[in-house]
Structures are given as structure tokens and as C-alpha cells.
Design a protein around this ligand. Structure first.
Ligand SMILES: CC(C)(COP(=O)(O)OP(=O)(O)OC[C@H]1O[C@@H](n2cnc3c(N)ncnc32)[C@H](O)[C@@H]1OP(=O)(O)O)[C@@H](O)C(=O)NCCC(=O)NCCS
Length: 258
């Protein structure tokens, strides 16, 4: 299962009660307002989705027992489940008491890591933010996941030539003019998701990942997309959807536990 949530800048409370001590220090060091806002949005969205995952797997209440009681989260009844994706519904939930106990810190490669009461938490998350919207996913530690949110807009031929494989370039060129922006955005977003799941980000050549999508007719629900590494060793399960002029993608791959 992959748990997911979108939030906007307007959802973030004015206070910092929901941030942990280390997060407050990190936030204060971010001098550029946009970067600080994006960072906060990622934390706000990511903490809810991590808390929901941990609560669903009973790890949250377990960890909190003997302390202040429960997490204050009550989203489960209204979650929207679609195959292996679970959308968290926060409306009317209020701010869970547990949020400041959960910290999301960057590992040395930049990937987000979740801590619960200063201990690494048994959950994997991925964060994306774009145009004031945060999109985060959480799953079991036995999976590497990556998610991405991209505004649908045309990509220049130079961009496509630089970052897409020959097959991806051909598929964009073969699409109708009206579909080219959507398809190029979908391919780019799925690549970014895969590069996050691999924890390399754009340090890896984007042409090492190939995205294949057979149907991209602006679906309302989640669709499958094939995403694989160039050596065929990394075959991701990919899902995507169109939403309010954006493409959302999420990929996951099983990784053996340590
Ligand atoms: C990961 C990357 C592809 C995301 O870029 P993007 O599309 O512009 O941004 P998104 O909003 O979709 O994703 C940003 C989130 O990706 C996550 N991320 C960053 N590096 C990551 C990595 N190596 N693996 C997995 N996730 C990563 C972070 O959580 C980040 O949000 P946060 O910093 O607010 O916590 C890009 O940041 C990258 O390639 N980073 C690695 C290379 C690098 O470090 N370059 C120098 C940057 S100063």
C-alpha cells in the first residue's frame, strides 16, 4: 500500500507547534522565502502521511503508549482506497497531537527520512512540491518509493532531446499536438519519481530511466505507467493521474530488508 496526500500552502498553520526541535533549527537556516515555504509544505504534508501510515500499521500508537496516549489522528474512515493507493482525507481532523514528535530530516543524499521521538521510524516517504502544492507518499520500509508533482506545460524540443531516451522522444513526437505537453510532463514526472526512489535525484542521467505509457487520455483516476531502469534491473510499479492541471506520479520498487 502507498498512502498519499496533497496539501497547499494555505493548509499550514501559522504557528510552529507542529515542528520538532531539529526542524525548527533547519527552518530558521532557510533564508529564501520560497525555499522555506516549500520545505515547510513538504514537512506538513509528509508528517501527516507518515503518521497515517504508522497509525494504520499500529506502529504509532505502539510507540506512543506509555506517553501521552494517542496520536489524535482520525482519518482512516474517510480514506479513499484505490487498488494499492490510499488517499488520506484530513478534512475536519484537526492537527494531530503527534506531529511535533515526527521529524522529517534529509539524509546525506537529500532523501527525506522520518524520525519518531528521535528514532528512525519504520516508514519510507517521498516529497514533492510545486506551485504551492505539496504531494507526499508513504509506504513500508521494504519498498523504495518516489513521488512527483508537475504542472502540465509544454517542454521544449531541446529539453526533450537532452533528458529523454530515443523511445520517449519518439512517443512524444507521435502524440497529437494537444497531448504532447501532457505526455512530456508525465514522462518527466515519472523519471523524477524513479530518481527519487533510487535516491540519486538528477545526479543520475535521466536517460537511464525509461518511461512507457500506452494510454494518456487525461484520466480522472490513477493509471499505470511502466518505468524501468536501463539495465532492466529496476522495474518500478508506476501510477499516475491528471489533477487540476498537474500530473502526479508515484513509483515503487521492492527492496530486500537489511
Ligand atoms: C530530487 C530532485 C530530483 C527533486 O527535484 P524537484 O523536482 O525540483 O523537486 P520536488 O519538489 O519534486 O522534490 C523535492 C524533494 O525531493 C526530495 N529529495 C531531494 N533529494 C532526494 C534524493 N536524493 N532522493 C530522494 N528524494 C530526494 C526532498 O525531500 C525534496 O524536498 P525537501 O528538500 O523540501 O525535503 C532534485 O532535487 C535532485 O536531483 N536533487 C539531487 C541533486 C542535488 O542534490 N542537487 C543539488 C541541489 S542544490
Amino acid at each position: 500500500m502507498i498512502y498519499w496526500l496533497t496539501q497547499t500552502l494555505g493548509d499550514i498553520p501559522d504557528n510552529e507547534d507542529w515542528l520538532g526541535t531539529r526542524e525548527r533549527t533547519l527552518k530558521d537556516a532557510l533564508r529564501i522565502p520560497k525555499r522555506r515555504a516549500d520545505w515547510l509544505l513538504g514537512r506538513w504534508t509528509g508528517k501527516h502521511v507518515a503518521a497515517a501510515y504508522l497509525q494504520e500499521t499500529a506502529m504509532l500508537e505502539q510507540s506512543l503508549s506509555g506517553h501521552e496516549g494517542n496520536s489524535g489522528m482520525d482519518w482512516s474512515q474517510r480514506a479513499v482506497r484505490c487498488d494499492d493507493l490510499v488517499q488520506i482525507n484530513l478534512s475536519g481532523v484537526g492537527m494531530p497531537t503527534v506531529l511535533s514528535e515526527i521529524e522529517i530530516l534529509a539524509a546525506s543524499d537529500g532523501a527525506p527520512q522520518v524520525f519518531l521521538r528521535d528514532q528512525p521510524a519504520p516508514v519510507t516517504i517521498s516529497i514533492s512540491h510545486s506551485n504551492g502544492i505539496g504531494f507526499c507518499c508513504a509506504a513500508s520500509q521494504n519498498h523504495a518509493i518516489g513521488c512527483d508533482l508537475e504542472k502540465i506545460e509544454p517542454r521544449s524540443p531541446a529539453f526533450i532531446a537532452d533528458f529523454f531516451t530515443a523511445a520517449e522522444m519518439t512517443s512524444v513526437q507521435a502524440a497529437s499536438v494537444g497531448d504532447q505537453a501532457l505526455l512530456a510532463t508525465l514522462i518527466w514526472s515519472a523519471k523524477e519519481s524513479a530518481l527519487k526512489a533510487l535516491r540519486t535525484g538528477l545526479r543520475l542521467d535521466t536517460r537511464c530511466i525509461e518511461v512507457e505509457c500506452h494510454s494518456y487520455q487525461r484520466p480522472t483516476g490513477w493509471m499505470n505507467v511502466s518505468v524501468c531502469g536501463h539495465n532492466q534491473a529496476s522495474q518500478f510499479q508506476g501510477r499516475w493521474r491528471c489533477w487540476n492541471g498537474f500530473v502526479q506520479t508515484v513509483v515503487k520498487i521492492f527492496v530486500a530488508p537489511d
